[in-house]
Design a protein around this ligand. Structure first.
Ligand code: SF4
Ligand code: SF4
Length: 534
């Protein structure tokens, strides 16, 4: 073992749960039948309105783009099968928010098998940007839960990542989509790892897989020939597949809630996402389908299906011979962190990894909560080593600051604490509600701060304008005074000029008069002389 390797690949806390995985692993992955209608979600990750490149009534090919992606944050979507676009409308989708999303509805045409593919890409000879662009135009987002666009994650990891992690832990009960994929298509998944190593420049890829998946492990071992691929077997324990816990277990790096794994030099991807990246790069196939586990005691033939995105869940349940008389609850995801579905008319989305059609005894309704007996069981199982009981009291009393001081933000909402609580306290609901309240308060505070900054800037601008106006006014006054003074001076000098001219005229006149009077006198003398002579 070298110094880079942690001493153990296990994690603190966690719980052992009944796996319930074997039911859906009895046979190979089935290709789901083409449904008569597909409901393809096209909502963008930031919930902005997508720019669609199809219209109602238009015929589409399998793989044809439905969304024109214009921004780096955008997520492409494609027609999963050929057919006619019959509606573009909002439709309920299986998400935690339960909010409807914009969907393109396609009436499928089984006879049309044309495929709108891109040419395969030689990722070793292509520049990094071209490979990321291929991932972007293939509409791949995280298939493990969060659904973050894969190309965005890759772009933000450039130059920052030394370790790539393939999350093959799939720790929640019932879920077997990733395990089935690894059993049958491990080579494609590992090709995807090599593509990601090339893109990110990471020096190694750690593959984290639980010890209860021997066939998947064997398939990985038989294909992982590249020396940069390292398989790490971890004990099967819930929630070992949570990204941050797995990273901690495999690398020894604890990633705080406020930091992204990328900022700690680690990029973590789910098995399904890496498989989709390999198909997009090596085969030019956009993301049109995913592996979804259909299981639960209310279906008679649990299995993994390769289902087209947009396939109504009802269609998959029918193919698994659902017994609606026994069906009590439909859950999308696992029993610990999944979302209860209102009905089966919702479509398969990129993140719909499992549908549990549960009977009442299988997933009983929660029992009424009792008072906390301070047994401490919750603290023993918390994988993040929090104090769930303390957090519960702070949450109940709305003591947000104390909850934060006790690291509520680090809670991954795994539900292990609530699962072991003998008082049946819905601890996670308390934590979620408190986090939402804190987020709202922060949001309000940020908005108030924003408006205060705007108000201060406005006041400052007004003060500056006032000073400038006063300055302008003073300058105008000085100019007016100068003008007045120069006007007076001009008037005075004009008057002086007139006076001088008049004086000159008078002087001239005076001189003329004097001369004239002198001539007259001379003439009179001459006349007098002339008279005397005569
Ligand atoms: S497990 Fe339940 S009862 Fe026991 S300390 Fe935690 S919250 Fe209280
Ligand atoms: S839900 Fe939160 S507090 Fe409870 S065990 Fe999981 S991480 Fe710990």
């Amino acid at each position: 073992m070298n110094s880079m390797q942690p001493k153990t690949w296990s994690m603190a806390g966690g719980i052992q749960l009944a796996a319930n995985k074997q039911q859906s692993l009895q046979g190979p992955i089935r290709t789901a039948l083409l449904p008569p209608q597909l409901i393809v979600p096209v909502t963008q990750p930031d919930y902005s309105q997508p720019q669609l490149c199809v219209q109602v009534g238009e015929r589409v090919q399998k793989g044809q783009p439905l969304v024109c992606v214009l921004s780096a944050q955008g997520l492409a979507a494609h027609a999963p099968a050929a057919g006619i676009v019959t509606a573009i409308t909002t439709h309920a989708v299986p998400t935690a928010s339960g909010l409807p999303e914009l969907c393109v509805v396609i009436d499928t045409d089984a006879a049309d098998t044309s495929w709108h593919k891109l040419p395969p890409l030689d990722y070793m000879q292509s520049d990094i940007d071209t490979v990321i662009q291929r991932v972007a135009e293939s509409g791949i987002s995280g298939l493990g839960g969060a659904g973050f666009p894969a190309h965005q994650k890759l772009r933000s990891s450039l130059g920052k990542v030394d370790t790539l992690i393939l999350n093959a832990a799939e720790c929640e009960p019932y879920l077997t989509a990733d395990e089935a994929l690894l059993r049958e298509r491990a080579m494609d998944v590992l090709d995807g790892c090599l593509i990601l190593l090339r893109i990110t420049g990471a020096s190694r890829c750690l593959i984290g897989i639980e010890d209860n998946k021997p066939q998947a492990l064997a398939a990985l071992r038989s294909h992982a020939g590249d020396p940069r691929l390292h398989i790490r077997v971890i004990p099967a324990k819930y929630p070992s597949g949570a990204d941050r816990l797995l990273i901690h277990a495999l690398t020894g790096t604890a990633i705080p809630a406020s930091t992204l794994p990328i900022d700690c030099g680690v990029l973590c991807h789910n098995v399904g996402t890496v498989f989709a990246i390999a198909r997009a790069v090596l085969h030019g196939e956009p993301l049109l389908s995913r592996i979804t586990t259909i299981t639960g005691a209310a279906v008679q033939q649990p299995a993994n299906y390769e289902a087209l995105i947009g396939t109504p869940i009802r269609e998959l349940l029918l193919q698994s011979a659902v017994d609606t008389t026994r069906l009590s609850q439909l859950v999308c995801g696992g029993p610990m962190m999944g979302t209860a579905l209102a009905n089966a008319d919702l479509p398969v989305t990129r993140t719909a990894n499992c549908i549990i059609a549960a009977t009442e005894p299988e997933l009983p309704l929660p029992q009424p909560a009792q008072a906390c007996i301070r047994c401490g069981f919750c603290a023993e199982v918390c994988p993040v080593q929090l104090l769930p009981q303390q957090l519960y009291w702070f949450a109940r009393n709305r003591e947000h600051a104390r909850a934060l001081a006790h690291n509520l933000a680090d809670c991954i909402e795994c539900g292990a604490c609530a699962h072991v609580c003998p008082s049946h306290i819905p601890l996670v609901q308390y934590y979620r509600a408190t986090k939402a309240e804190i987020a709202e308060a922060n949001d309000k505070q940020q908005r108030a701060h924003h408006w205060k900054l705007r108000f201060d800037a406005h006041q400052q601008r007004k003060a500056v304008e006032k000073v400038a106006e006063e300055q302008r006014r003073a300058e105008r006054a000085v100019l007016a005074s100068q003008k007045q003074q120069s006007g007076t001076a001009a008037t005075l000098s004009a008057r002086d000029a007139v006076a001088a001219a008049l004086a000159r005229v008078q002087a001239k006149k005076a001189a003329g008069d004097k001369l004239a009077s002198g001539s007259v006198a001379s003439s009179n003398v001459a006349d007098d002389n002339k008279d005397s002579r005569s």
